[in-house]
Design a protein around this ligand. Structure first.
Ligand code: AMP
Length: 443
């Protein structure tokens, strides 16, 4: 099967690996020269992923039968709609369905309108006056987010990134004046307390086939400190749950996602593609932080490294409305992904530096390499301001998978930063203990 894959990050490298494992011929579109993808693809085009006519033109000239879009920006540009109109089966949501990610106000309003469980108190504001009114209503236990896409970096949490009402107003003014996220609007919502987790699911417009739960780490520095980033690393457990996550809590999250897919259908925005649900496990169960209209990055590397079933068939079934649980089997193993990022990532990355990735040694350690937003030139790999390489360990236990990932990382050299604490036993034990305390605090 001839498959178009759009995007040049580690998530897309993992997508391309999964497609080639299922014997697909991959044709890739990306804006950077990702060596992992270019090596696997039959051919590739270095173009802006949001340039719908160009990407559709490349799909046509490659005779692509099926397409999957990795990043969010092309979904917002309507690339899925363009590809479908050109007769390409597309395993990614339309522009209308992708609003579940691209508009945080649409998402909150959809949950409220359809009375879907797991929502939070929120207010939408377009002026400082409205922000002040929202603070009167919600108090200062809040987070503030621009409405549109910010690559996971636009959220500020009171008590961490904003320490006074004055700072809340200052950030609101910045969002309004700089139109952060593409509009002069923001959401203020209740600050949730608990442990975050991700459930991704294959969706075909009505059915939802969930994948193993994953926990990502958004903060740049060890101990979950520092600025929010695109994600520094993630892990999953062999039974599909997480050390702090119980079966009924996972099931509650899946049921929220199913309700969202049904609600979108009722709104005439049928959702076909991978959906990513990010939840906070609170003392009252899972609450929705956000949805993404695609795989998460790094979470794609966890689940796709474990996927045993044929990924091209899964994509075809998502696109044609016929997916069922038996289509998606995952190895009953744990996975740990750690991102190698440029020094300074999260504030000011050192871009354009060469990094040395000794793939042969990483492979001897049993680890997997997924290239992210790097550029390959004359056989050398250079950083950009985004994340560089994801290294994944797969094993029976999280502890063993973590060790494999760390051993792999020791073969990446350069001016890099890694969060070594991710998935270490001390961190996992602390999460279990904290979650037990939160559950006990249930009134
Ligand atoms: P988002 O871009 O919505 O995924 O948010 C990025 C990060 O901000 C999340 O991973 C959370 O750590 C934090 N966050 C977002 N919304 C909330 C909320 N309502 N309560 C607490 N933390 C949040």
């Amino acid at each position: 099967m001839r498959v178009l894959a759009v995007g040049g990050g580690a998530r897309e490298h993992a997508i391309v690996e999964a497609l080639t494992r299922s014997d697909a011929d991959v044709f890739a579109c990306m804006k950077n020269s990702n060596p992992g993808i270019s090596r696997k693809a039959k051919s590739f085009a270095l173009i802006e992923e949001t340039d719908v006519p160009k990407v559709v033109g490349f799909a046509r000239s490659s005779n692509a039968e099926l397409a999957i879009i990795g990043p969010e920006a092309p979904l917002e540009s309507g690339l899925s709609d363009g590809l479908r109109a050109a007769g390409v089966l597309t395993a990614s949501p339309s522009k209308a369905a992708a609003m579940i990610e691209t508009s945080k106000s649409f998402m909150r309003e959809l949950l409220a309108k359809h009375r879907i469980r797991g929502s939070v108190q929120y207010e939408i504001a377009g002026s400082v006056q409205e922000v002040r009114k929202a603070l009167d209503h919600l108090g200062t236990g809040i987070v503030m987010k621009p409405i549109g896409l910010t690559g996971g970096k636009g959220v500020k949490v009171f008590g961490e990134h904003m320490l006074s009402e004055k700072e809340v107003i200052a950030y609101a003014e910045e969002i309004f004046s700089r139109r952060i996220g593409g509009s002069a609007k923001l959401v203020i919502e209740e600050k949730l307390v608990g442990e975050e987790f991700t459930v991704q699911a294959f969706c075909d417009g009505k059915n939802v086939v969930p994948m193993p739960a994953v926990q990502d780490h958004k903060r740049a520095y060890e101990g979950d400190k520092g600025p929010n980033t695109g994600g520094m690393g993630s892990y999953s457990q062999a039974d599909g749950l997480l050390p702090f996550l119980r079966r009924e809590e996972y099931d509650a999250a899946v049921s929220i996602m199913l309700s969202v897919v049904s609600a979108l259908k009722k709104e005439d925005a049928e959702y076909r593609g991978t959906m990513y649900g990010q939840f906070m496990l609170t003392r009252h169960g899972p609450k929705v932080i956000e949805f993404n209209a695609r795989f998460g990055d790094p979470e794609a590397m966890n689940v796709l490294s474990l996927l045993e079933s044929d990924f091209s068939i899964i994509c075809t079934r998502m696109a044609t409305g016929r997916i069922s649980r038996k289509d998606a089997r995952f190895m009953p193993k744990a996975s740990v992904c750690k991102y190698v990022v440029p020094e300074g990532y999260g504030t000011k990355s050192i871009a354009g530096e060469e990094i040395k990735v000794d793939e042969a040694s990483i492979s001897r350690e049993g680890a997997l390499v997924y290239y992210a937003n790097v550029n390959e030139k004359d056989g050398k790999v250079y950083t950009t301001s985004s994340r560089s390489v994801g290294i994944v360990g797969v094993a029976d236990t999280i502890e063993e998978a973590e060790r494999i990932a760390e051993n792999g990382i020791s073969h990446v050299q350069g001016r890099i930063h890694v969060r070594h604490d991710i998935a270490k036993k001390a961190m996992l034990d602390a999460k279990v203990k904290r979650m037990d305390e939160i559950r006990r605090s249930r009134a």
